[in-house]
Design a protein around this ligand. Structure first.
Ligand SMILES: Nc1nc2c(ncn2[C@@H]2O[C@H](COP(=O)(O)OP(=O)(O)O)[C@@H](O)[C@H]2O)c(=O)[nH]1
Ligand SMILES: [Mg+2]
Length: 331
């Protein structure tokens, strides 16, 4: 089984390498970006890394949800848009953080300094030119190559946050989509979800902040969400995990197992454990294949445009020669 997986992985890697060779020989507009996304997919497969991205629109509770999984307030969260850059959290015995700047410079920072680089208040409009932030943390979810990615919220007044997310999306191997009870889903959320669904990846849903609502209201909200998903997407009725990340975090911090169970987080964690144990290897291959196919499609479209431009020129040439013929008759 392991040998079979290794063989498949090697085949996917060599096909992706071949795709990159073709693209680099074509000098296409946007070709560099295609190559970089494909290279990143190859690197993840080679290094057994798996990007588990947490996505959603602004202020749905993404960072708080990740903190509840980690059991500590590692990521800054707040009532106003906070997360301003993609923040990767990977396994490390020691808690540490590294900032990567747009000019490829890297700088080690202390845990206490994280806020200064990934929060909108202390890094407004990303004036510090941060490309990404990587935190190392000793969590069981980060073993075996899993990297959790906290993303800025889509749809805030900070356009650069949305751009960061769309730029990052092709690098996600699986996605946890964070929704809330109220509103269950709104228009901008649905549009973003459709963009996420367009890239076939393992997708899990959580509905946070349930502590603010009665069980009946949570149920009503989920029924509405299902209606929207059914009418507007091909997703049908996927499992949606109701969670109070705030309660779960507090319960973890105080070691209160009854409160933790009531927060809804353990039910989600069981599903996540099952996925990581049984499906991650396959999901990694499938996402790499999807990334290859998506990029190949981009190349196909660019080629088509190039061909049309050539054909257009030919038409002009034909027209010119007709004109010339006409002129020749007149003269
Ligand atoms: N009551 C409650 N508030 C929450 C919960 N999760 C997040 N919040 C609050 O919602 C706000 C936005 O959270 P944040 O994690 O920054 O959202 P993000 O922008 O999606 O990362 C913060 O004020 C959080 O304290 C929750 O489960 N219950
Ligand atoms: Mg956040």
């Amino acid at each position: 089984m392991i040998n079979y997986y290794k063989k498949q992985k090697a085949e996917v890697i060599s096909t992706l390498q071949r795709l990159n060779q073709i693209v680099s020989g074509m000098q296409l507009q946007g070709g560099d970006r295609v190559i970089s996304v494909v290279n990143a997919a190859i690197e993840r497969l080679e290094q057994n890394r798996f990007n588990l991205a947490v996505c959603g629109i602004v202020k749905r509770g993404k960072s708080t949800f990740i903190n509840s999984l980690l059991g500590e307030e590692v990521l800054p969260a707040g009532i106003v848009p906070v997360t301003s850059v993609v923040t990767y959290i990977r396994y490390g015995e020691q808690k540490a953080a590294l900032v990567r700047f747009a000019d490829s410079r890297e700088e080690s920072i202390t845990f206490e300094e994280i806020n200064q680089y990934c929060s909108e208040r202390l890094n407004p409009g990303n004036e510090k030119q941060v490309e990404s932030l990587t935190i190392t943390y000793p969590s069981k979810y980060l073993t075996d190559g899993v990297v959790i990615a906290d993303t800025p919220g889509v749809g805030s007044i900070h356009q650069n946050h949305t751009e960061f997310v769309y730029d990052f999306l092709p690098r996600a191997d699986a996605i946890i989509f964070v929704l809330t009870v109220d509103p269950p889903i709104d228009r901008s959320e649905l549009l973003f979800l459709k963009d996420v669904v367009a890239q076939p990846r393992k997708l899990m849903f959580v509905q946070t902040k349930v502590d603010r609502w009665s069980p009946e209201e949570v149920e009503e909200s989920r029924a509405y969400l299902y209606q929207v998903l059914e009418e507007q997407t091909m997703l049908g009725h996927p499992p949606v995990y109701p969670i109070s990340a705030r309660q779960a975090l507090e319960a973890r911090r105080t070691g209160d197992s009854t409160r933790l169970a009531a927060s809804g987080l353990p039910a989600f964690e069981r599903a996540l454990d099952r996925f990581l144990m049984n499906e991650k290897g396959r999901a990694a291959l499938e996402s790499a294949i999807s990334i290859g196919l998506e990029r190949a499609e981009i190349v196909r479209r660019a080629l088509k445009l190039r061909m049309q431009a050539i054909t257009g020129k030919e038409n002009v040439v034909v027209q010119k020669s007709k004109e010339q013929k006409l002129r020749a008759k007149i003269w």
